[in-house]
Design a protein around this ligand. Structure first.
Ligand SMILES: [Fe+2]
Ligand SMILES: [Fe+2]
Length: 335
């Protein structure tokens, strides 16, 4: 793979100025070459500048030898790939340096131009690989952080509305297993789980006394509660998640026949994730007690979704759900 000169920053360290001059002549047009005449000077450069892709050092230098220098360079700039130049007489030391992980390649002096280029190119490839790896690690960390934020959001709603504590997590657990049974891929299922963890986040804006009010709500109160899908979606929409979290949350009270809210969407306008959460949400809400009303129980909840399969709820989702509870004993671990 071609490298731009920008990604070809290479530091050569040698106490012989003639050697450094010949390197500049040899490689200067295709690579971005920096030179230093001692390990000390090179360490200073490494500390000051953007990381070098490759660091090449002579072994025999006064004051600081090449192995000591490269070991220090490794600490400061671990992703720079290191090459050691050595005479045959010192090969044993050089091999130890490779085995200790200080050095990626050894070049013996005198050295053919082609050998230098080949070693440098291999090191640049290695550097690219290391960088890709650390970027992946970084993305993984970001993913973890994002998950943490979602869980924090979830805890926020439940802190304010302790009567429904655990609701979102139980809906998320059930939704994720349903998705698995329905063959949704892992990445999408992860997004679904995140959405389910915060599907009621919009309730942050519903006055607490409405949320847990025993008995019937007035239609004005109910319409405020209904707002929570839109509000939740608005809270999430500025964040660029890798999944359509805001849309899923917006749709979690939509129903197949268009009787849901807030938009009255119909079957094929609904995201699969929303169809799954809809079933999990209803089953959880009916099956579990709330302090202001006892739950109707799991059997009644399953009857409800079964009865409305194909009209309110997606048939496949309902079928998977009934199967999980009636045949696979999912309820035992669903707490
Ligand atoms: Fe909801
Ligand atoms: Fe809910």
């Amino acid at each position: 793979m071609p490298h731009s000169k920008n990604n070809r920053r290479i530091l050569f360290v040698d106490d012989n100025p003639n050697f450094l001059a010949s390197i500049r002549r040899l490689l200067g047009s295709n690579y971005s070459i920096t030179t230093a005449d001692s390990g000390e000077q090179a360490l200073e450069l490494i500390g000051q500048q953007e990381p070098f892709a490759v660091i090449v050092s002579d072994l025999k230098m006064p004051n600081m030898d090449g192995i000591t220098f490269l070991a220090k360079a490794k600490d400061i700039s671990p992703n720079s790939v290191r090459i050691l130049f050595t005479g045959y007489a010192n090969l044993e030391n050089a091999i130890a340096a490779v085995n200790n992980g200080y050095v990626f390649r050894i070049l013996t002096k005198p050295c053919q131009e082609e050998d230098i280029k080949r070693a440098v190119d291999a090191s640049l490839d290695q550097h690219r690989m290391l960088r890709a790896h650390s970027e992946l690690e970084y993305l993984r960390k970001i993913g973890k952080a994002m998950e943490g934020i979602i869980f924090g959001f979830s805890a926020l709603v439940e802190a304010r509305d302790p009567y429904t504590a655990g609701h979102q997590r139980r809906v998320a657990d059930l939704s994720a297993v349903l998705a698995q049974r329905l063959g949704m891929d892992r990445d999408r299922t992860q997004g679904l789980r995140m959405a389910a963890m915060v599907h009621d986040i919009g309730k942050l804006y519903v006055p607490a006394e409405f949320l847990n009010k025993p008995g019937k709500l007035s239609s004005a109160e109910f319409s405020i509660i209904k707002n929570h899908s839109q509000v939740g979606s608005d809270i999430l929409s500025p964040v660029e998640f890798p999944w359509p979290l805001s849309e899923i949350v917006l749709q979690h009270h939509e129903r197949l026949d268009g009787s849901g809210y807030p938009q009255g969407l119909r079957g094929d306008q609904l995201l699969d994730e929303a169809k799954i959460i809809a079933v999990a949400d209803v089953v959880e809400a009916m099956a579990f007690d709330r302090p202001y009303r006892p739950g109707k129980g799991l059997d009644a909840a399953l009857d409800e979704v079964e009865h409305n399969a194909g009209t309110l709820y997606d048939r496949d989702v309902v079928q998977a759900c009934l199967n999980m509870f009636r045949n696979e004993g999912f309820a035992e671990n669903w707490t």
